[in-house]
Ligand binder design. Sequence first.
Ligand code: GDP
Length: 535
Amino acid sequence: MTTTVSKTEIKQAVEHRRNFAIISHPDAGKTTLTEKLLLYGGAIHEAGAVKARRAQRHAVSDWMELEQQRGISITSTVLQFLYRDYWINLLDTPGHQDFSEDTYRTLAAADNAVMLEDAAKGLEPQTRKLFEVCRMRDMPIFTFFNKLDRPGREPLELLDEIEQELGLMTYAVNWPVGMGDRFKGVFDRRQRQFHLFERSAHGSKEARDTVIDLGDPQIEQLIGPELYYQFKEELEVLDEVGPELDLDAVHAGQMTPVFFGSAMTNFGVELFLEAFLDYALKPNPRESTLGPVPPTREDFSGFVFKLQANMDPRHRDRVAFIRVCSGKFEKDMVVSHARTGKQVRLSHPQKLFGQGRESLDDAYPGDVIGLNNPGVFAIGDTIYQGEKLEYEGIPFFSPEMFAYLKNPNPSKFKQFRKGVAELREEGAVQIMYSADESRRDPILAAVGQLQFEVVQFRLQQEYNVETLLEMLPYSVARWVGGGWDALKQASRLFNTVTVKDSYGRPVLLFKNEWNCQQVESEHPKLKLSSTAPVV
Ligand code: GDP
């Protein structure tokens, strides 16, 4: 069955869709900002779903909580809301405790990223890591400096840090006046208007800012002469010395529009949202075996970027999250599965919003759908109608934690092997093995501790195997370009061990970056890469 959908309908849907993921370090205010953004959406008026998540996150970690955490991650994978006449999809990248490869993979499904920073802290480690993933795809990045109601670093210094350390040009769309106790508001360079910060508007609702034109003499009075002159000076620097806003550079991930605000007091959030809608990239063509596929291609296509298992052992359902790339998704449609060549009927689709799952009838490019996955989907799989195509796979990201996974009970060998293989296929964790087969235990390779916990928990719950972990002292992995042949040609390597990934390709593990750089400088011919080649 091929659906008949007009190009105009899809084109219109694409024009009115924007999607993004927030990248940030724990505590920068992602939950708070998400909550405030949703308020503008009108879809919900109490952002309770997000709050529940926060309350739960601060609870002590135990297995029950792990289960809950997984449950909640399921429901908050994507939040869709309508603002003006745009459908906005906010793809959730799980935070600290649940930092895992899913966080990276979610970025593969997003068209834009919002880099959220605490203005007192500037760039932090997790943000840098996530930024690197965005950079791999030259994604447009919007920067929001949060917590201006508290003392923070100098705004010019914060911009400088982004330029120097990330190599991104910055364009301040708004500019703060004062900070902390003396925070007076922001100047919106688009409308050339000053938005006054009022501490009392502690917004759980959509608050309206008091807005004053730049030429109005009231401004000086309201913010005091000292701050006013400083602001005038800074504005002059920005207007005269700073670059102009270049949307092509923004869309190519070379320039970041910058915003300042205070998510907690709901200040600067609407200004951000307005500008974001004007500047963000709409769902765009994606690379495939047929070349770039425009979202307006009439035939439906999409790819799987995340699989989530229900932790409840009685319902072993798995949800596959699919990013719609072209055409229109309709419930019960039959599509081709590129990897297996089979036909699959897409029944029981779900739209995931807040705490509840809603069933969904149609979706357009830029949307995410959740499908019950009776074991047919793997991460990176393409589904399509019409001419055969496959989207570029999702890379394996560089793991930073390694541990042998041991099965102390030989009678459970079969279950153990099956469980490890299935969890690997599902993308719960990467699996490696010692290169010389001196040891048969699989090595779990992860980007976050939670992945180890999930694997052990699920092996026990779903496969009835108790396992032991033996941590390994490595933190850096590098795939070797040219594989074993290239490795053989290199002379002896120091301070590294060689393991193989699940495709049998060599991977070097190092204790630290320094050891890795040492090997790179001693063996310039060896091409080392922090992500695995896409298969
Ligand atoms: P997440 O870990 O990034 O999701 O951060 P949260 O949204 O949970 O925020 C972390 C802490 O910072 C919480 O205590 C928030 O109340 C606080 N916070 C968030 N935004 C602001 C802000 O604009 N100003 C101030 N003063 N605190 C904030």
